[in-house]
Design a protein around this ligand. Structure first.
Ligand code: UD1
Ligand code: CA
Length: 452
């Protein structure tokens, strides 16, 4: 086994069976593109990373650059198969470094398995293949074994009836020993049903040259390849199961974990409670004892100790809830810091604001943060009380301890401890309704004009 290791990620496939304009490896699971999951697993294991993309996939290249600045990007000019794709990164396959090939459409693969696969080269094998036994092997290459040894990998389209009955399949990942990697890759031809250069042919070629080939096995859940939208949904389910299990083990309470959707970077403290049907986007931290009630959606938000969110709350990026804050039903919070113990319990929008400690935001309060051109800030002081159905037209400040009367439109700053009223004056007309009823009653008693 060579000291150094290059991992080549293949991401130039057409993905036509996804029936989408989006390149296959940019489809998300757990809110992140497939390729980013693979790059994360690879980052822990490889000394160098090469990603092979299609010429029309600038967006894939951009995503790779964003996820791992060390990764070198190579363009496969024409889609001529997986071996052809590996050779697109030929310039990186140098110095006798071992080569590990992984597919950009196998997002659940773990660093541990990649290390184990490369480790299989230690006892002198030239090629190590990752195998698995899928519940439904349709579409996968079959591992052909003879006397306990791997002799070839047969793609389904090229397989005989007997070979199709084999249950051990090719997961896609392969390790090639540095000393022979390039020689093997260059011998692969396109004489097969799809007229493609199959990476899988490296196995039979190595055998023919008297080199040793080996296979290791892993769980199906780790190597599901994604060729269709149905397989994308299955991979999402596996990822979500993994994430839920991690947080249940860490002491989080979930009454119906199968309905909670997490992001790989979600951070939940022990004794956090998550009610059913909660969705976490990227960048959410929930601190100890907080309760996220049913049907809430959180993204880019922090929820402080013992805070309560929902049911039906939406926390958008920059929502920062301190300890003991309550954010209730149909409340949306964006780029707003809500300080300790403050409450916004019903039907409210808080955007680009600060809500001071202990303040109470009445039902239906709206921060009018956008004037059609720019966003403006609203500052609500400590212990302020905003009456229901008020509009706070930013930029505006409500001082500490101030009151805003219900139904106000507040366009000027309110000093501390003041009362601000910004609404029409109430007019009362005594007896008016009774007079109306009398008039109507009299009109009804008049005889109908006779019909002609
Ligand atoms: C491949 C394997 C099959 C294995 C399965 C596991 C080959 C020939 N077949 O089949 O044995 O069971 O994966 O999921 O290797 N790609 C390129 N350029 C190309 C062709 C493919 O970059 O010219 C990339 C794709 O983006 C994809 C990966 O290589 O990430 C695999 O290609 P795909 O077409 O999905 O192969 P499968 O038919 O799934
Ligand atoms: Ca595939």
């Amino acid at each position: 086994m060579s000291e150094t290791c290059l991992t080549v990620i293949l991401a130039a496939g057409e993905g036509t069976r996804m029936r989408s304009r989006l390149p296959k490896v940019l489809h998300p699971i757990g809110g992140r593109p497939l390729i980013r999951h693979v790059l994360a697993a690879v980052a822990e294991t490889a000394s160098a990373v090469a990603v092979v993309v299609a010429p029309d996939h600038a967006a894939v290249e951009a995503e790779v650059g964003k996820a791992d600045s060390r990764a070198a990007v190579f363009v496969q000019a024409e889609r001529r198969g997986t071996a052809h794709a590996v050779l697109a990164a030929r310039a990186a396959i140098t110095g006798g470094a071992d080569v590990v090939v992984v597919f950009g459409d196998t997002p659940l693969i773990t660093a541990g398995t990649l290390i184990r696969l490369r480790g299989a080269l230690t006892d002198g094998a030239a090629v190590a293949v990752l195998g698995f036994r899928p519940a439904d092997p349709t579409g996968y290459g079959r591992l052909v074994m003879q006397d306990g040894e791997l002799t070839a990998i047969r793609e389904e389209k090229d397989a005989s009836q007997a070979e199709r009955a084999l249950t051990l399949c090719n997961a896609g990942a392969m390790a090639l020993a540095g000393a022979s990697a390039l020689a093997l890759l260059e011998r692969i031809d396109d004489r097969n049903a799809k007229r493609e250069y199959y990476l899988t042919d490296a196995v039979a070629i190595a055998r023919a040259r008297g080199l040793r080939v080996t296979a290791i096995e892993t769980e199906e859940d780790e190597v599901r390849g994604i060729n269709t939208k149905a397989q994308l949904a299955e991979a999402e389910a596996v990822l979500q199961r993994r994430l839920r299990q991690r947080w249940l083990d860490a002491g989080v309470t979930m009454t119906a974990p199968e309905t909670v959707f997490l992001s790989p970077d979600t951070e939940l403290a022990p004794d956090v409670t998550i009610e059913p049907h909660v969705v976490f986007g990227e960048g959410v931290v929930v601190e100890e004892g907080a309760v996220i009630r049913a049907f809430s959606h959180l993204e880019g938000a922090r929820v402080g100790r013992n805070a309560r969110v929902g049911p039906y709350a939406r926390l958008r990026p920059g929502a920062d809830l301190a300890e003991d804050v309550h954010v209730g039903n149909f409340v949306e919070v964006k780029a707003t810091r809500i300080e300790r113990g403050a409450k916004a319990n019903h039907l409210t929008y808080l955007g680009d604001a600060r809500v001071g400690e202990g303040a109470n935001i009445g039902a239906g309060t709206i921060t009018c943060n956008y004037d059609g051109l720019a966003k403006h800030h609203t500052d609500i002081g400590k212990d302020a009380f905003i009456g229901s159905n008020s509009a706070l037209v930013a930029p505006v400040k409500v001082g500490d301890g101030a009151y805003v009367g219900s139904g106000s439109v507040i366009t000027a700053n309110v000093p501390a401890d003041a009362l601000a009223l910004g609404r029409g004056q109430q007019v009362v007309k005594e007896g008016w309704a009774a007079r109306l009823r009398n008039l109507r009653a009299r009109a009804k008693k008049k005889p109908m004009p006779a019909a002609e």
